[in-house]
Design a protein around this ligand. Structure first.
Ligand SMILES: Nc1ncnc2c1ncn2[C@@H]1O[C@H](COP(=O)(O)OP(=O)(O)OP(=O)(O)O)[C@@H](O)[C@H]1O
Ligand SMILES: [Mg+2]
Length: 352
């Protein structure tokens, strides 16, 4: 029996928490010493309290005895404290997003057009269609997801993963996994973030969350289109985006700002299309009626003029606002607004 042979046998010892990779591949075999008929193996662990220590020591011993019956085996462990890697936000990787199929940003050229309303209701609508959905509220300046889903006041749990990294568990409600910086601030407390802090908070809301398997991760993007914003958005790992607008002709300039931001060379994201919010007003007592108070087909004209698809028209209905304020997204219901969001969800699922 020689060192190479033993290395070969140790390749049969797999680490169940590391995607079943073996301990040789994982670099855990620190040393092998052969003295006649006895072998001493030293395994290195990245942290002190690895719950799998006993298991791996036992498997290592068993693997050698299986291949060399009668051999005396001693397995020792050492701890190599490099576990705190990746705690620094700047070093956060995208591994937590590995199970996410599509990451889609919800953007707008200016504030107050209903970006968060569309993001939250689209998430709920996609979940109603049977997709696994998460939503990251990346609006670090004014998070609205906690209120819109009545999850404010809930403190997300933090866990430690196999590598000793802190991860946040999203809050699950209405079939969607939600995450927002708002969960970490007291109710009503103003959030004032300077550039780098905003960027770190934003990255954490997306990269330091245990999303698990998702079909769609929506990102309610921070408002604005300036330089700071472009660099923020450039750092968010998302593949595409939708732009929310209202139908007025004057909104075109803002939509163009949003488009330019997404097409900026630092960002360069695919734009799936435009969502026209508040396309018409429908009174609760006359659900068939449409009042085009901001003008008719503004969104369609806008989409045509900039060569984007119009993905949906969402009506202005009082109950949509009331549902948002009450934390029960309208997309859970059966009104004309819910129908519009379900339509949009179907379209997104097709083109994403
Ligand atoms: N289609 C609609 N019908 C009725 N009310 C709406 C509709 N869309 C949005 N609202 C209401 O308009 C207000 C602004 O919407 P929302 O917060 O979604 O906008 P936003 O673009 O995310 O704003 P911000 O830029 O501040 O993040 C909210 O009170 C919301 O309930
Ligand atoms: Mg918002």
């Amino acid at each position: 029996m020689n060192r190479n042979e033993i290395m070969q046998w140790l390749r049969e010892v797999r680490h169940p928490a590391k995607g079943d990779r073996d301990i040789v591949e994982l670099g855990m075999v620190e040393n092998i010493e052969i003295k006649g008929e006895s072998v001493e193996v030293i395994l290195s662990f990245p942290k002190r309290r690895d719950p799998l220590t006993e298991y791996l020591v036992g498997s290592t011993r068993a693997s050698i005895i299986r291949n060399a019956p009668g051999c005396k085996v001693e397995v020792k462990c050492v701890v190599k404290e490099e576990a705190k890697k990746k705690q620094n936000v700047n070093e956060l990787g995208t591994e937590e997003l590995a199970g996410v199929k599509h990451i889609i940003g919800v953007a707008s050229g200016k504030g107050g057009v209903g970006k968060s309303t569309v993001a939250v209701n689209l998430a709920v609508a996609l979940a109603r269609l049977g997709y696994k959905v998460g939503l990251a509220d990346a609006d670090v300046y004014g998070p609205s997801v906690p209120v819109m889903t009545a999850t404010n006041g809930i403190q997300p749990e933090a866990i430690e993963d196999e590598d000793g990294r802190q991860l946040i568990l999203p809050i699950e409600k209405y079939g969607v996994k939600w995450m927002s910086i708002g969960y970490f601030a007291d109710d009503g407390q103003a959030l004032i973030w300077r550039g780098p802090m905003a960027c770190n908070a934003l990255k954490q809301m997306i990269l330091q969350v245990r999303w698990g398997e998702l079909d769609f991760l929506l990102i309610d993007m921070p408002p604005g289109t300036g330089d700071i914003h472009i660099s923020l958005v450039g750092d968010i790992p998302m593949e595409s985006a939708i732009i929310v607008t209202t139908p007025q002709a004057v909104a075109l300039a803002d939509v163009l700002k949003g488009v330019n931001m997404l097409r900026n060379e630092r960002v360069q994201r695919r734009i799936l299309g435009l969502v026209e919010n508040m396309a018409w007003f429908t009174p609760a007592e006359h659900p068939q009626e449409k009042y085009y108070i901001f003008g008719k087909d503004g969104g369609l004209e806008m989409a045509k003029s900039i060569g984007l698809d119009l993905l949906a028209q969402i009506p202005l209905v009082q109950s949509l606002r009331e549902c948002s304020d009450a934390g029960e997204p309208a997309a859970l219901g059966s009104g004309p607004d819910a129908a519009a969001f379900l339509d949009l969800a179907g379209t997104i699922a097709k083109i994403a």
